[in-house]
Design a protein around this ligand. Structure first.
Ligand SMILES: [Zn+2]
Ligand SMILES: [Zn+2]
Length: 369
């Protein structure tokens, strides 16, 4: 197969405006450890919606290609390219990958924590007019850098699952890792019923939680949450004290041993701290962006709560995410989270639909017309 030298891509040139379908160059040659991948599918994440709308924005970021959850088939691999488990990566292999890391910064070497890398290659830090141009999902081909740890995909993991594992599912795996796992029988509150919230609900149920409570909206997502193992679902139409009352009622008045913010909405921190049981843990996963959210410090102190941050995940979390999706495919209908696949030209509509909460996770197949 000849090395592709250009790709169609949906380029974000101006926040809030339709993406522009353009042809972008690809690196003419593939570095050792790198690969050019024919994207099989991309799934959109709330971060894509926030970047598209401009809610997340910083100087000099545009133009860029959105989509940081994707998987595909290797069109060309550089010399000696291996996956994270040491297996050769060759043209024709299906792979997924995690954000690139530099391998020599304080975060990489002293902390040995990939998510702390000072030059972490999140897709949204790649400009579409700078080498290597296309590293994201809303393109027919993307360049996977040498520093991005890759995994050969098992045959029974479809492209869509592997894409969603690349951000949403691995972020939840990382968050439970930060929390130290789930105690059998524990009460868990999941704030948020988007893709992260639904996966977190399933992971809590599968991990032996006693009571799983999912808080979110709209009603259709709470219905999905029930299918993903929620024992109790709580909508957002009531007041925070009403929601707290429902959590206490479901937990014999004690509150939840583990609360995860996967919503990032204003006020979630105060509600989480109130919903937490004495000695409980609150993991902040969904609160991205600069806007502060007040935390009742007296409650944190008085209940001796553990408050932890959790940022994305690394290739280890990605591996576990794939295994989780495979392992529980009979128990949970993962495909219920995904929208109907559409082509690059439909990506703007998909972003709009997700911003209205119509779709949980939109799926873009770049090769569809
Ligand atoms: Zn994401
Ligand atoms: Zn680094």
């Amino acid at each position: 197969m000849p090395v592709p030298t250009a790709t169609r891509a949906a380029v974000l040139r101006e926040h809030g405006e339709p993406l522009v379908i353009e042809e972008l160059p690809l690196p003419g040659e593939v570095e050792p450890g790198a690969a050019i991948v024919r994207i099989g599918c991309a799934t959109l994440c709330a971060t894509d919606v926030h970047i598209w709308s401009g809610a997340m924005s910083w100087p000099g970021m545009l133009p860029m290609v959105l989509g940081h959850e994707m998987s595909g088939t290797v069109a060309a691999a550089g010399p000696g390219t291996l996956d994270a488990l040491g297996r050769p990566v060759r043209a024709g292999d299906r792979i997924g990958w995690s954000e690139s890391t530099c391998g020599h910064c304080h975060g990489c070497t002293v902390l040995r924590t990939p998510v702390a890398c000072a030059q972490r290659g999140y897709g949204f830090t790649q400009r579409a007019d700078a080498w290597p141009y296309s590293t994201c999902g809303l393109a027919e081909y993307s360049y996977v850098r040498p520093g991005a740890l890759k995994l050969l995909l098992p045959d029974d993991v479809p492209d869509i699952w592997a894409a969603a594992a690349g951000c949403a599912v691995k972020t939840v795996v990382h968050a439970y890792g930060r929390a130290g796992g789930i105690r059998p029988g524990a009460a868990v509150v999941v704030q948020g019923a988007g893709a992260l919230g639904l996966v977190a609900t399933a992971m809590a149920a599968a991990s032996g939680a006693g009571t799983v409570i999912t808080v979110g909206a709209p009603a259709a997502r709470l219905e999905l949450a029930r299918g993903f193992g929620a024992d109790v679902v709580i909508g957002l139409d009531g007041t925070p004290p009403e929601r707290l009352g429902q959590v206490l009622e479901a937990t014999d008045g004690r509150g939840a041993e583990l609360v995860l913010d996967l919503a990032g909405a204003p006020g979630v921190a105060a509600e989480a701290v109130d919903m937490a049981a004495w000695g409980g843990t609150f993991v902040v996963v969904g609160s991205t962006g600069p806007r502060p959210d007040p935390v009742p410090m007296g409650t944190v102190m008085g209940k001796e709560l553990n408050v932890l941050g959790s940022l994305n995940g690394d290739v280890g979390d990605y591996h576990r995410a794939l295994e989780f999706l495979r392992g529980f495919r009979a128990r949970f209908d993962w495909n219920a989270m995904f929208g109907a696949p559409a082509g690059l030209g439909a990506a703007t509509g998909a972003l709009r639909s997700m911003s209205r909460l119509d779709e949980v996770k939109a799926v873009i197949h770049p090769w569809l017309p």
